[in-house]
Design a protein around this ligand. Structure first.
Ligand code: B12
Ligand code: SF4
Length: 503
């Protein structure tokens, strides 16, 4: 039996960590999770729990935050092993060279890789041949092949929510985070998911990256959670799109209201949605959906971003959502090299036309792990020396003459969409120097829309934003130490901007 401690910096219930923990517990190991913002003495709490293994989840830019803690823990617990998993080590194994810090990494989905690793360490066996695992062998990185992705998600034990709901804030929110699927139908060029589809599978015949839990399994999972945590009033599905598997929503609409009955918010892919499915969403209790419009220009959306959303879908789906009384929010990208300022104003106009209840607006970031980002770096379109922090909402790293206007437009976008003479007004305002009033305008709209339209609750959303402020504004190392450092710079270089990342 081993004691495994997961550590994370964002105050959020991580689906991946929940499932890894339940697999380890099912095999007889002990697990716990420590969130920086929720612990008065984070380092001490981990040390007192005396883990044998530390598990770090890292998106790109989060790979270094735990280093100093780990070195301290290793001094006190000389047998301690550290494994890093999640998107960052899955695409970049450099951290393996920092042997003081990390003993192994995992690539892709890690349920059984982590189990094998923990058991090998507990038995003092070699880890050199464990699939999905990377380690330093005789001073050289060894990256093992991937095992097939788990095809039937119902074979997994229910996600271990206790790990996160031990924290009063997370268990007393209105909204519970749940996942019904893995993968996505689309292959947008600014997102990491297409690369996951290629690299997080073994290539075995018939293997697929897009998978959905059965509706019965999902309802059983909810019953299991609610028996212990009855206070939740709503569900937020973190999936790329709840309408991923054809026919799934039909069964969901039959069973979810009777067996669970909680209203929910979710992401949808509008290129795979028809009226019948919108009716099914409504019958299921869907209060609000979000989708990535990204650009008002069809050519940019279809050809450059490969989003798959035509203009007619962009007009028709909102009409149907309104008809069936489901609120919706759009995600929008400002400042990609594919767009002129005029194109971006077109995105404002398209939002005015389709009338979403909210708009999330991110500044385009050229991340190296995406097709588009890589192209930008290769074409020299990126001002690599400009350190603008890790946030997707602060500034642009692209080389362009109208940078100030682009960044101001992102801040004032919602005024353009919702005020009677909005576009005319913001055309004047974006010429002004950047100022905090514009930032507050953006934050105010975001808070209101997320809290009210998606049903998160004003106070919960405010508290959540406050806890994760270091993650949002990126001025703090790991969100806890108040140091702006190389880690936040690294995040800029390679972080990916999927619309779901902004949820
Ligand atoms: C839901 C979601 C969120 C949620 C929840 C966070 C999360 N990561 O779970 C929220 C809204 C909070 C969020 C925020 C952000 N996100 Co996000 N998010 C997603 C999304 C859509 C689904 C993740 C998920 O739950 N998948 C299902 C579970 C089962 O898979 P998984 O998390 O990958 O877990 C498996 C493996 O990674 C591994 N694993 C996971 N944890 C661990 C831990 C250890 C110790 C080990 C060994 C292995 C391991 O095993 C797990 C089980 O198989 C993904 C896209 C995607 N499809 O993956 C983006 C994604 C992960 N997010 C991304 C980004 C950039 C962010 C932000 C940095 C964005 C921002 N604005 O700042 C923040 C970072 C916050 C954070 N600390 O992670 C990027 C990461 C890209 C990269 N190269 O690093 C992704 C891939 C989207 C994209 N644009 O490409 N996100
Ligand atoms: S951006 Fe969203 S829709 Fe596009 S591939 Fe990524 S997860 Fe799928």
């Amino acid at each position: 039996m081993a004691r495994v401690a997961f550590i994370v910096t964002t105050c959020h219930e991580f689906e991946g960590v929940k499932v890894l923990s339940s697999v380890l517990k099912t095999a007889g190991h002990q697990t716990d999770c420590f969130i920086t913002s929720e612990e008065r003495d984070f380092a001490g709490a981990v040390l007192r729990w005396a883990p044998d293994v530390i598990g770090i989840y890292a998106t790109t830019g989060q790979e270094d935050w735990a280093r100093e803690h780990v070195l301290e823990w290793k001094r006190e617990l000389p047998h301690l092993k550290v494994v890093m998993g999640g998107p960052h080590p899955s695409f970049d194994s450099d951290v393996l060279h920092d042997a003081e810090y990390v003993d192994a990494i995992t690539k892709g989905e890690a349920e059984y890789a982590m189990l094998d690793l923990v058991e090998a360490w507990a038995a003092d066996r070699s880890i050199a041949d464990i699939a999905n695992v990377g380690s330093l062998q005789d001073g050289a990185p060894l990256l093992n092949p991937i095992r097939p992705a788990i095809q039937d998600l119902d074979t997994l034990p229910f996600p271990d929510v206790d790990l996160f709901y031990k924290y009063p804030f997370l268990r007393s929110k209105r909204v519970m985070q749940v996942h019904a699927s893995r993968g996505c139908q689309n292959n947008c060029t600014y997102c990491t998911v297409p690369r996951m589809k290629r690299e997080w599978v073994s290539g075995a015949k018939g293997e697929t990256f897009n998978r959905t839990k059965s509706v019965d399994y999902l309802c059983d999972e909810m019953t299991d959670i609610r028996a212990r945590y009855p206070g939740f009033r709503m569900v937020n599905f973190g999936d790329a799109a709840l309408n991923m598997s054809r026919g799934w929503l039909e069964e969901f609409a039959e069973k979810w209201p009777a067996r669970v009955g909680l209203p929910f918010a979710c992401n949808i892919n509008i290129n795979y949605l028809d009226e019948e499915e919108i009716i099914q969403l409504k019958r299921s209790g869907c209060a609000s959906v979000q989708f990535g419009l990204e650009s008002g220009n069809e050519d940019v959306r279809m050809r450059v971003y490969r989003k798959g959303y035509t203009d007619s879908m962009v007009d028709e789906i909102p009409r149907l959502l309104r008809k069936h009384r489901i609120t919706f929010r759009t995600n929008n990208i400002m400042g990609s090299p594919a767009e002129t300022l005029e194109d971006m104003f077109n995105t404002v106009e398209v939002n005015r036309r389709i009338k979403p209840q909210g708009c999330t607006v991110l500044i385009y970031r050229p991340f190296k792990s995406t097709e588009l980002g890589l192209e930008d770096f290769e074409a020299g379109r990126v001002e690599e020396s400009r350190d603008i922090g890790p946030s997707l909402q602060l500034d642009s790293q692209m080389r362009r003459d109208d940078l100030r206007e682009v960044v101001n437009l992102q801040k004032l976008f919602n005024l353009g969409v919702y005020l009677p003479f909005g576009p005319q007004l913001i055309k004047l305002l974006i010429r002004m120097p950047r100022n905090p009033l514009y930032d507050f305008t953006l934050l105010g709209f975001l808070w209101y829309q997320h809290a009210v339209v998606s049903g998160y609750g004003m106070l919960d959303d405010f508290k959540l934003g406050w806890k994760n402020i270091g993650q949002i504004f990126g001025r703090k190392k790991g969100g806890t130490h108040g140091v702006r450092d190389a880690a936040s710079k690294a995040l800029l270089d390679t972080m990916d901007v999927g619309n779901e990342a902004a949820v």
